[in-house]
Design a protein around this ligand. Sequence first.
Ligand code: HEC
Length: 168
Amino acid sequence: MFQKFNSSILMAFMTLFFSCEVSEKSSEESKSVGPDGWLSGTTEERLDEVAHQLGGFSRTMVEVSYRYSELYWAGQDENWRYAEHQLEHIIEAMEDGLKRRPVRAASAEDFMQESIPAMEALVEKEDKEAFLDGFKSFTTGCNACHAKEGESYILIQEPQQRTSPVRF
Ligand code: HEC
């Protein structure tokens, strides 16, 4: 009885010891993955590289800016489904961008809590006049955040020309 108890304790310790060893080793181990092994290093190094590849807020803004223009022309053409599509993706891009750069979240609060819901209501309303009027405040929301973030030199104005390859 005692013998059996003793050996099971020993087994438990051994399992614990080996599992610690294994997990420590696997996080240290260098690996190369992806085409031609471009993503290499320890797990942490590879995750850092992937995070870097995702980009920061500038990358987010390039996407938001494209979708902002598309949203505008969608409204001009009263293509409300396309407008809704663009707005949904603006929200998604902003949320993901703010996850990657939480330091920007405070300045984005008014835009996320006010400008976005106001625009959602306008798209839902399907009224071109109201949309175009509301789009001005939406743009002000972009610039307000730029001012808070010390990026006032990036002044957004309503799109003047269509650059979209999408046929409305
Ligand atoms: C966090 C609040 C915030 C909001 C809201 C915001 N921006 Fe920005 N925007 C920034 C910051 C910060 C930068 C500079 C990013 C950098 O350089 O890392 C920027 C940069 C940009 C750039 C330059 C991107 C580049 O690098 O080429 C464009 C274009 C832009 N924003 C468009 C918009 C538009 C359009 C809206 C509204 C639909 C908007 N932004 C809303 C914070 C914001």
